[in-house]
Ligand binder design. Structure first.
Ligand SMILES: Nc1ncnc2c1ncn2[C@@H]1O[C@H](COP(=O)(O)OP(=O)(O)OP(=O)(O)O)[C@@H](O)[C@H]1O
Ligand SMILES: [Mg+2]
Length: 342
C-alpha cells in the first residue's frame, strides 16, 4: 500500500501541491486526474523519489520512503516525455532492465517479444533505433520497457497522450488487462476524463495542487462533491437560472443552502411537443425549442432553449423532427439527478 501523509511540495516559494493525503491499495489502479499544471507530475515524481516533499511523508506499506533514493524503490515510471535511450534500439530499450537484473538471454528475448506484441510493436520495429520511431511508437516502447520488468508498482504519466484515438483505446484495454493479470499497483496520470473513468478503480481529482475528491469512477461522476469536479468531468448543463426562477417547482432541492445547480446532459429527457410524457416522481417538464443538433452516429446531441437557458441533451434515438428548425419540445428534468453546490 502507498500512503501519502500531509505531503506538500514547493518549488522555491511556489507551492505545487498542498497537504496531499491518500492511500493506494495493493493491486489498485489509482488515477490522478486534473487540468494542466495542477500538480500531477510533481506528485508522481515524489512517489518515485525524483523530488523530495517539502513536508509530509510517503509510506510503502509501513516503511517510510520519503527520503529513500529512487533505485531503492521497486517502482517503475513511464514519463510524460518517455525518457528512452535514443541511440539504442527498441529491443535494447525494452530489454535494459532485464539485462541489469542479469536475466538469461533467451528469456529476455522471449519476454521482449511477448510484451512488444502486447503493445502492438511489430517485430521489425524492435531493430530500429528509438530516434527513428514516431511519437506514438516511442510511447509504446516506454510502456513495454516498464511492463516487461513486472514491477510491484507502476507509475504512468500520461502514457497514451500521443496515440490516435483507436490505438489509445486498444492500449488502454491492454494496460488494464496486464495490470489486472500481474496485479500491479498502478498510479496513472491523465487529464482525459474518459481514460480516468474507464481504467480506474479509484480517481483523485486534482485542482490547483490540492485533491478535491477521491472516489470510484461512479462516485466521482454521479456524486461530484464540488462544482470544480462536476464541471471537469462529464458534460453539464448549468441550470442555476432555471432553478432559481422556479423555486416553487424544484421542491426537492436545497435552495437555501445551495446556489449552483447542474444537470448532466444524458440525464435530460426530451419529448416532442404534443406527445404526452407521463411524469414520474420528482420529474419536472419545461417547454423548450430545439435550436441545434449534432449527429454522432451512436447518439445525437440536442441544444434546446428553455426560457433564457440553453441546455444540451444526448439521445440514443434521433428525434423525428419536422422541417421547422425551432421545433418545440418538452424537456424533462429529474430532480434527483440535479447536482447542487454552494
Ligand atoms: N521544476 C519546476 N520548477 C518550478 N516550478 C515547477 C517545476 N515543475 C513544475 N512546476 C510548477 O508546478 C505546477 C505543477 O506542475 P506539474 O508538472 O506537476 O503539473 P501537471 O499536473 O503534471 O500538468 P500537465 O498536465 O501539464 O503535465 C505548475 O504550476 C508548474 O509550473
Ligand atoms: Mg504532467
Amino acid at each position: 500500500m502507498i500512503t501519502f501523509q500531509d505531503v506538500t511540495i514547493k518549488y522555491d516559494d511556489f507551492t505545487a501541491v498542498k497537504n496531499l493525503n491518500f492511500e493506494v491499495k495493493d493491486g489498485e489502479f489509482f488515477t490522478f486526474l486534473g487540468p494542466s499544471g495542477c500538480g500531477k507530475t510533481t506528485t508522481l515524481r515524489s512517489l518515485v523519489g525524483l523530488i523530495q516533499p517539502t513536508s509530509g511523508e510517503i509510506y510503502l506499506d509501513d516503511k517510510d520512503i520519503t527520503n529513500l533514493p529512487t533505485e531503492k524503490r521497486d517502482i517503475k515510471m513511464v514519463f510524460q516525455s518517455y525518457a528512452l535511450f535514443p541511440t539504442m534500439t527498441v529491443y535494447e530499450n525494452i530489454a535494459f532492465g532485464l539485462k541489469v537484473k542479469k536475466v538469461e538471454k533467451a528469456m529476455i528475448k522471449q519476454k521482449v517479444a511477448d510484451i512488444a506484441k502486447k503493445v502492438d510493436l511489430a517485430a521489425e520495429q524492435l531493430a530500429k533505433k528509438v530516434s527513428e520511431l514516431s511519437g506514438g511508437q516511442q510511447q509504446r516502447v516506454a510502456i513495454a520497457r516498464a511492463l516487461v520488468n513486472q514491477p510491484n508498482i507502476l507509475v504512468l504519466d500520461e502514457p497514451l497522450s500521443n496515440l490516435d484515438a483507436k490505438l489509445r483505446v486498444q492500449l488502454r484495454n491492454e494496460l488494464k488487462s496486464l495490470q489486472k493479470n500481474f496485479g500491479i499497483t498502478t498510479v496513472y496520470v491523465t487529464h482525459d476524463q474518459e481514460e480516468a473513468l474507464t481504467l480506474s478503480d479509484r480517481i483523485a481529482v486534482f485542482n490547483k495542487g490540492e485533491i478535491e475528491q477521491i472516489g470510484t469512477p461512479e462516485e466521482i461522476y454521479e456524486q461530484s462533491n464540488s462544482e470544480f469536479v462536476c464541471n471537469f468531468i462529464g458534460e453539464n448543463n448549468n441550470i442555476t437560472k432555471l432553478v432559481t426562477n422556479h423555486p416553487e417547482r424544484f421542491d426537492r432541492l436545497n435552495l437555501e443552502e445551495n446556489n449552483a445547480f447542474y444537470s448532466r446532459i444524458e440525464k435530460l429527457k426530451i419529448s416532442l411537443f404534443g406527445q404526452t410524457y407521463p411524469l414520474v416522481e420528482d420529474e419536472l417538464s419545461f417547454t423548450g425549442k430545439i435550436i441545434d443538433s449534432e449527429y454522432y452516429g451512436i447518439y445525437t446531441k440536442y441544444s434546446i432553449k428553455v426560457e433564457d437557458t440553453v441546455v444540451r441533451a444526448v439521445l440514443k434515438e434521433k428525434l423525428s423532427l419536422g422541417t421547422d428548425q425551432n421545433e418545440k419540445v418538452q424537456v424533462i428534468l429529474s430532480q434527483q439527478h440535479i447536482l447542487q453546490y454552494k
